[in-house]
Write a protein that binds this ligand. Structure first.
Ligand SMILES: CC(C)(COP(=O)(O)OP(=O)(O)OC[C@H]1O[C@@H](n2cnc3c(N)ncnc32)[C@H](O)[C@@H]1OP(=O)(O)O)[C@@H](O)C(=O)NCCC(=O)NCCS
Length: 181
């Protein structure tokens, strides 16, 4: 693994904030990690990273999801962080018609965001989010939203650090229904 440079020395920051990036997006970070759009060939590593973020998600489920994302580029976009041929992070973004407290529709939504532990705190997560924000802004959307589990305080801190305001807390419920014929 490459040695990471200290936090803050990220070439990504030199890209003008509102500049539209040509596709495919390739954003270099100082220590060799690149942010780019995910492609079909990424599927095995992408599924491995999904498993690290969502341990209950089977490889088969991930393959199904990934196939769906890649076949609907108007609705889904995924960015990966690659260190050479090795994927070390991903961000799955989508179009959502509604997100809590958003004033516009549709909005971009961060569905999944993960960076491998050895690569954290070096700007990779932020670069993934900025790539997704550029994707959403390029579609003309003016808001980006996200969510996190109540107990995932690391994620709360990371979201706030990159400019996201907390707007709502939620508790989810479930009930199994009796089959009716
Ligand atoms: C959340 C996650 C993707 C962030 O990735 P990362 O590469 O470490 O993020 P960055 O280095 O770009 O950090 C972005 C900001 O978040 C903040 N941050 C990140 N990790 C933090 C931590 N452990 N404690 C406090 N702040 C933190 C930093 O302040 C940083 O801003 P700064 O560099 O200007 O100080 C990563 O920690 C992760 O994969 N966590 C486990 C999975 C997860 O919880 N995903 C989110 C699901 S909603």
């Amino acid at each position: 693994m490459k040695t990471l440079t200290p936090k803050g020395q990220i070439s990504f920051a030199r890209i003008p904030k509102r500049q539209a990036l040509p596709l495919p997006t390739i954003l270099p970070l100082d220590f060799g990690v690149r942010i780019r759009r995910a492609i079909r060939q990424d599927m095995p590593q992408w599924a491995r990273l999904r498993k690290a973020l969502w341990p209950d998600c089977s490889v088969a489920d991930s393959e199904q999801d990934i196939t769906k994302f890649l076949s609907q580029p108007e609705r889904y976009e995924t960015f990966v962080a690659a260190d050479g041929n090795r994927l070390v992070g991903f961000l799955e973004a989508s179009l959502r018609n509604y997100a809590p407290k958003c004033k516009t529709s549709p909005v971009g939504f961060i569905e999944g965001w993960y960076v491998a532990p050895q690569y954290r705190r070096s700007g990779v997560g932020r670069a993934l989010v900025e790539a997704a924000e550029r994707w959403a802004a390029g579609k003309g959307w003016t808001e980006m939203a996200s969510d996190a589990l109540l107990e995932n305080t690391l994620s709360h801190r990371a979201h706030k650090a990159i400019g996201y305001d907390e707007v709502e807390r939620q508790v989810c419920f479930r009930k199994v229904l009796r089959a009716r014929k």
